[in-house]
Design a protein around this ligand. Structure first.
Ligand code: F6R
Length: 618
């Protein structure tokens, strides 16, 4: 959460920082701020409550002339979203400015120690404690900014990505990270440097990127090679990566919101996801996943799989469990990463832990990976963000390659994750000899057709939009599905609540009678996902139970369905497909439904309240 962008070089810094903040606004948007070093070496700080646009308006009234500065967009942890709590924070003397993403867990102790030494605090933030601590260390040891940052961070417990400038050291921009991402972009001949929470603000300027590792401090000085030191071991060698981002993915491409664009992107990005992995020759298909080829032994002989993830990625994990158990006959568990990381669960060498994460930065998932690794498990990552922390911590894995996902509500990442899980289960099932030859071909041939079938679902956008209008009154929703569509019910409910703020529950349809049925009345929309698969007749019985309580049914059904049509107020049809691939189609109308309900309620779809795209705090 929180986005950091900084620049040091020869260009005017304001446009770079503002453009960068807009790209990072998905990470937090309750306040924004920036600090510049003016030509006469004055440190100037500007802050605004709310969106980056407010800060931009404020800056438009100033005449900032600077080639060194940093900016921040905030997702509040310590202290509410106010101008006072917005970053950057200044040290007591006003010489040092700091932006921070993460949480300093021992900030209260550090603060009271600093207070005893005469430091006073203006904000409620842990970040202000850190900048005062840096200043205190500097005053005692008389070191430069970089060394003082390093010494101060040794005293901190927690997570951080920071950037700091000091008007007494105008040639230095200092950065550090632990458990929160930070990328450094290097310009021609080291004449300019960029810093950002992800590569998107940097990619338009340079392809040369260094990802800082945990407990590393980087010192950027014009004209000099980047120096990186580990907090404990001193100077380290680092790798400069060539990163090629598709920048067209970072704009809305004519859609009113990123979320809608990303829903409509799905046919194309799922093709990208399968490219080079799902191969066809003479009408026969096969999967080639380099990770499975390379780590055949560890994966095919696994005693057990455990999938760890959060939110939407956890829902994809529930589908992954069914895929792996069905095609590979390997016992598979799915755990919330936040519970798993602190549990006393039994994980042993010979087991595989699969971490699923769009951002690759989710703190709980990262910690779950570290815990499983320490217990000797083999770690497989299913990640979207290339080079992200989780991707780097895993033993191997498969990127979903769906391009950056900007809308806070995850859509294309979910279908990308299911696609990779399907490929993984089939590749592994083939290796283990547990998948039937005919079924292998049938599923792969159908997977190849899925992007075109999603296009057909998307053609119903107008119908779903009209349907959404009648839902804006609702205060509660129930989403019900069974088997392969049960995780889709959970995902449909999550999508609705996060962007429309309507309470929604996802449930296995038959479980409804054990409690939630008490909520059903004529006010309550009940969304059934009822495609023509093995539990179809059973789910019809569940619908009858809802109708008997005057519930209003809306259903996602297979094209041509007549039975549900007679029971439901409205149905949305999806093309026929195999049961195991149904979620790739049935989730799409639910994504559109939540989008249109939120738009009808005039809510901010891409930046819903209280949420942020990348959850780097636990
Ligand atoms: C929901 C959503 C979140 C994320 C969750 C995990 O739309 O976006 O529930 O799925 O925070 O994030 P990643 O996949 O980045 O680990």
């Amino acid at each position: 959460m929180c986005g950091i962008v900084a620049y040091m070089g020869y260009r005017q810094v304001v446009p770079i920082l503002m453009e960068g903040l807009h790209k990072l606004e998905y990470r937090g948007y309750d306040s924004a701020g920036c600090a510049f070093l003016s030509e006469d070496r004055q440190l100037k700080v500007f802050k605004a409550r709310g969106k980056v646009a407010n800060l931009e308006r404020l800056l438009a009234e100033q005449n900032v002339c600077s080639t060194l500065g940093m900016a921040h967009t905030r997702w509040a942890t310590h202290g509410g979203p106010s101008e006072l709590n917005a970053h950057p924070h200044l040290s007591q003397s006003g010489h040092i400015a700091l932006v921070h993403n993460g949480i300093i867990e021992n900030y209260a102790t550090l603060r009271s120690q600093l207070e005893k030494r005469g430091y006073t605090f203006r904000s409620e933030t842990d970040t202000e404690v850190l900048v005062q601590l840096i200043e205190y260390v500097m005053s005692v040891r008389k070191d430069d900014l970089a060394t003082s940052v390093r010494m101060a961070l040794k005293l901190c417990i927690g997570a951080y990505a920071i950037a700091a400038i000091d008007d007494r050291h105008p040639q230095q921009l200092v950065a550090a990270r632990k458990a929160s991402p930070l990328a450094i972009g290097i310009g021609e001949n080291n004449e300019e440097f960029f810093l950002a929470s992800d590569a998107s603000p940097i990619a338009g300027y340079t392809k040369k990127i260094v990802y800082l590792e945990d407990e590393e401090v980087a010192v950027l000085e014009r004209g000099k090679k980047v120096r990186i030191e580990n907090l404990h071991t001193g100077v380290v060698d680092y790798e400069v990566k060539e990163v090629d981002l598709d920048l067209s993915m970072l704009d809305k491409g004519g859609f009113p919101h990123f979320m809608l664009k990303e829903i409509f992107d799905q046919p194309a990005v799922l093709r990208d996801c399968m490219r080079g992995r799902l191969l066809e020759k003479d009408g026969r298909h096969r999967v080639v996943l380099s990770a499975v080829e390379q780590y055949r032994e560890q994966l095919a002989n696994a005693k057990r799989f455990t999938i760890v993830s959060c939110g939407t990625s956890w829902h994809a994990g529930l589908i992954g469990k069914q895929l792996i158990e069905h095609f590979c006959r390997i016992h598979t568990e799915v755990a919330y990463a936040s519970e798993f990381r602190y549990s006393d669960t039994v994980i042993e060498p010979g087991e595989v832990v699969v971490a699923i994460s769009q951002s690759g930065e989710t703190a709980d998932t990262l910690a779950a990976v570290e815990m499983a690794k320490a217990k000797g498990a083999f770690i497989f990552g299913i990640v979207n963000s290339v080079g992200s922390s989780i991707a780097r911590q895993t033993d191997t894995g498969t990127y979903i390659h769906i391009g950056p996902e900007i809308g806070v509500a995850s859509t294309k990442a979910f279908t990308g994750q299911i696609t990779v899980l399907t490929l993984l289960a089939l590749a592994l099932g083939k290796t283990r000899g547990t998948v039937d030859e005919e079924e292998y071909e049938e599923v792969l041939a159908e997977l190849d057709r899925i992007p075109d079938k999603i296009k057909k679902v998307l053609q119903q956008n107008d119908k779903i939009k009209a349907l959404a209008q009648i839902f804006t009154y609702a205060r509660n929703f129930l989403y019900l599905g069974r088997g392969w569509n049960y995780p889709v019910a959970l995902e449909g409910a999550l999508k609705l609540k996060e962007i429309s703020y309507i309470h929604a529950e996802g449930y296995p349809a038959a479980e409804m009678k054990h409690g939630p049925i008490a909520l059903v009345d004529q006010e309550m929309p009940v969304v059934f996902i009822a495609t023509h698969h093995q539990l179809y007749q059973k789910i019809i019985s569940n619908m009858q139970e809802v109708i008997s309580r005057k519930g209003r049914i809306f259903a996602v059904v297979t094209e041509g369905d007549e039975q549900v049509k007679n029971l439901a107020v409205e149905v949305i049809e999806v093309p026929a497909t195999l049961a195991c691939l149904a979620p790739l189609l049935t989730v799409v109308p639910l994504q559109l439904l939540s989008y249109h309900v939120a738009v009808a309620k005039r809510l901010n779809v891409d930046q819903p309240r209280n949420l942020a795209k990348s959850v780097t705090v636990e």
